[in-house]
Ligand binder design. Structure first.
Ligand SMILES: Nc1ncnc2c1ncn2[C@@H]1O[C@H](COP(=O)(O)OP(=O)(O)O)[C@@H](O)[C@H]1O
Ligand SMILES: [Mg+2]
Length: 232
């Protein structure tokens, strides 16, 4: 079966695109899937993250930077489609880049990470417009482009509740039930080249597994393991 393509994008920088990509990639990897991450950020954050892992406990997904290829990264995907179950594309932040647009034309699923604060709410409208434009551009042979927002760096507080309500009023695309909280465990993963599920079970590992399962079900990913860390 051909790999499912998942693009993680939002024109806004710092909204957790790379965090979302890497946590989902490693989690799906531990759930028994063959996962490939395309790092399209010229800063190579995803690739550098993977390189932090020790050789006896490698990151649970393959990560490569195709960023220098810009929109031509798609030419590299063909041979990967049969080798992997899922390919995640971590997009660069810039609105001027044509990488998100190119990815949206070929993807099965678009995840838009969004922090419940107003600057993210305003920017999400631009991201959503790009998804709707891509849907209109695609032919029936391309299959459907599913898309959803993923609340990231979520915190308790009235300001976040108010901003979430503003987001809901503003958008057409659905918001995933799973939410990713603001937690130290997330940046800690960059130090060790892992995901939150590689540490002891925690609120973070449970919320990431929930997101991986929720999105996985929507695109028909078949998990062979429920969960389990690389330390098992
Ligand atoms: N859930 C989270 N909890 C705490 N810190 C986070 C969380 N998600 C992301 N971060 C941190 O926020 C910053 C921006 O996240 P990143 O994934 O790099 O954003 P983007 O790829 O959209 O630019 C990074 O320093 C990252 O470590
Ligand atoms: Mg990034």
């Amino acid at each position: 079966m051909s790999a499912k393509i998942v693009v993680v994008f939002n024109q806004k920088g710092g909204c957790a695109k790379t965090m979302t990509t890497m946590q989902l990639a490693g989690t799906w990897g531990r759930m028994g899937l063959r996962v490939f991450v395309v790092d399209m950020d010229p800063q190579n954050t995803a690739k550098l993250w993977e390189l932090q892992a020790s050789s006896d406990q490698p990151f649970s997904a393959d990560v490569e930077s195709f960023a220098p290829l810009k929109k031509h990264f798609v030419d590299k995907l063909e041979p990967l489609l049969e080798k992997f179950d899922v390919i995640l594309i971590d997009c660069p932040p810039s609105a001027e880049s044509d990488v998100p647009w190119t990815a949206l034309l070929i993807a099965d699923y678009a995840i838009i990470p969004v922090i419940p604060v107003m600057d993210n709410v305003w920017a999400s409208k631009i991201a959503e417009e790009l998804v709707l434009k891509a849907r209109a551009e695609r032919s029936a042979a391309d299959g459907p482009l599913q898309a959803a927002y993923l609340l990231s760096m979520n915190r308790k507080g009235k300001v976040f509740d108010v901003c979430l309500e503003a987001l809901k009023k503003d958008i057409q695309l659905p918001i995933l039930k799973s939410r990713i909280g603001m937690r130290n465990a997330y940046p800690e993963c960059q130090l060790y080249g892992c995901t939150v599920g590689d540490f002891a079970e925690s609120t973070a590992s449970k919320e990431v597994e929930m997101a991986a399962t929720e999105i996985g079900k929507q695109i028909g990913l078949k998990f062979t393991k429920q969960k389990g860390s690389k330390h098992e």
